[in-house]
Design a protein around this ligand. Structure first.
Ligand SMILES: Cc1ncc(COP(=O)(O)O)c(C=O)c1O
Length: 399
């Protein structure tokens, strides 16, 4: 069997690799503290779970329209009007099997071989791989710890060429937790306005998990005309704690949504009907749901920051959203674990931490930014305390 050229270019998700190793250690009977996870430990709201059961029991489980239930898309439209102040008609919205499929559909339906897509590092692991899978070329704008992982628009502009098709933005960001400031967003809009042929993908999946005191500003708040060439990606995985339900949505110009629908109709068809019905209830939740989740996450974040603060390197003040911290582990590189194995890089650090202390984290290099690790604080407070204690023990054994 000869595999396609495209498949040879892409890698298995690194976060999935760490999660797989953690699971196999668990199967061997070890208590793993999984700080590599990209999902909250909370259950979805009761009304959501009840609606899923009702849908099953009533047998309301036939296929839906490819783009999703009209009632759900209408509610998404109302949500977007409220949060983004933009009017999206029902046919400007597509519901898919997770935000990931929305992104895949968008890139697959627009990228020609050699087209470039600008992504900002540290980036979500799947962006470069999806771009390559679609025949495109990721062009990476590196942001630094010194810049608070914010976007330098001058550097961004230098990456733009006649082949640039898309720019992908993600705030709150995975893996850094950074929320772009209003100044950054305004500067970004100024640059984007200069290049009317470039499409913008705004990945807002962590929108509901923003702890920043500044408003959650989108490029669309600054200039609603950008709607004509933007795709807003969002979903139910993060803020609604519905990762395994596989439900996300995209909102953009009808012409783009139609193209994405074609791909979806010939690959997976509509997202699953049970999750779609349940998501209607999710959209009916009031703000108190998110306030409670955010309060709990802030508490968890404080636990990790205070437990690891005396590790010096642990500067994660830039993290203002999602549920990740992205500390540097640079000062541990070149050290030996118990005077034996040398820690050569971030992957080495994570693998040794996992095999010796049974704490799973993700190496920064999977996000295009070496010498750091991603720590998720989406787990229970008890597990977080144990995890931090083990990380400290591990670092103390590096000499
Ligand atoms: C930045 C980012 N975008 C999109 C997704 C896709 O989420 P889902 O496919 O579960 O909706 C994730 C998931 O981890 C993510 O971190």
């Amino acid at each position: 069997m000869h595999f396609s050229k495209n498949i040879e270019k892409i890698n298995m998700s690194k976060t999935a690799e760490v999660a797989d190793l953690a699971l196999s250690l668990k199967e061997q009977g070890h208590k793993i503290i999984n700080m590599a996870t990209g999902e909250l430990s909370f259950k979805p709201a009761l009304s959501v779970r009840k609606e899923a059961c009702r849908t099953i029991n009533k047998g309301e489980t036939l296929y839906t329209q490819v783009a999703g239930l009209k009632e759900l898309r209408d509610l998404i439209s109302t949500k977007l009007k409220k949060d983004l102040k933009i009017e999206y008609k029902c046919d400007e919205i597509i519901v898919s099997n997770g935000g990931k499929q929305v992104i895949y559909n968008a890139l697959q339906s627009t990228i020609n071989r050699g087209d470039e897509v600008i992504i900002i590092s540290p980036y979500w692991v799947s962006y470069p791989e999806i771009i390559k899978l679609c025949g495109g070329k990721p062009k990476v704008l590196n942001t630094t710890r010194g810049e608070g992982f914010s976007i330098n628009t001058e550097k961004l502009e230098k990456l733009i060429t006649s082949k640039t098709k898309w720019i992908i933005l993600n705030s709150p960001n995975n893996p850094t937790g950074v929320v772009y400031s209003p100044e950054t967003i305004k500067k970004l809009v100024l640059v984007l306005k200069k290049y009317p042929d470039i499409w913008i993908l705004s990945d807002d999946i962590y929108e509901k998990l923003n702890f920043s005191t500044e408003t959650n500003l989108s490029i669309l708040h600054i200039d609603e005309k950008l709607k004509e060439r933007s795709l807003v990606v969002n979903g139910f995985s993060k803020g609604y704690c519905m990762t395994g339900w596989r439900l996300g949505y995209g909102a953009g110009p009808k012409i783009l949504i139609e193209a994405m629908k074609k791909i979806q109709s010939q690959s997976t068809s509509a997202a699953n009907t049970i999750a779609q019905n349940a998501a209607i209830k999710a959209l009916e939740l009031d703000n108190s749901h998110f306030i409670a989740i955010k309060a709990s996450l802030l508490k968890r974040r404080a636990i990790v920051i205070s437990a690891l603060s005396d590790l010096e390197c642990f500067d994660s003040n830039f993290s203002k959203g999602a549920f990740y911290l992205f500390p540097s582990i640079k000062r541990f590189l070149g050290k030996r674990l118990n005077g034996k194995e040398v820690i050569l890089n971030d992957t080495n650090f994570c693998m040794q931490l996992l095999s010796s202390e049974h704490v799973a984290t993700v190496p920064g290099s999977s996000f295009g930014s070496k010498d750091s690790i991603r720590i998720s604080y989406a787990l229970s407070e008890k597990d977080l305390r144990t995890g931090c204690k083990r990380i400290k023990q591990f670092c103390e054994r590096l000499i």
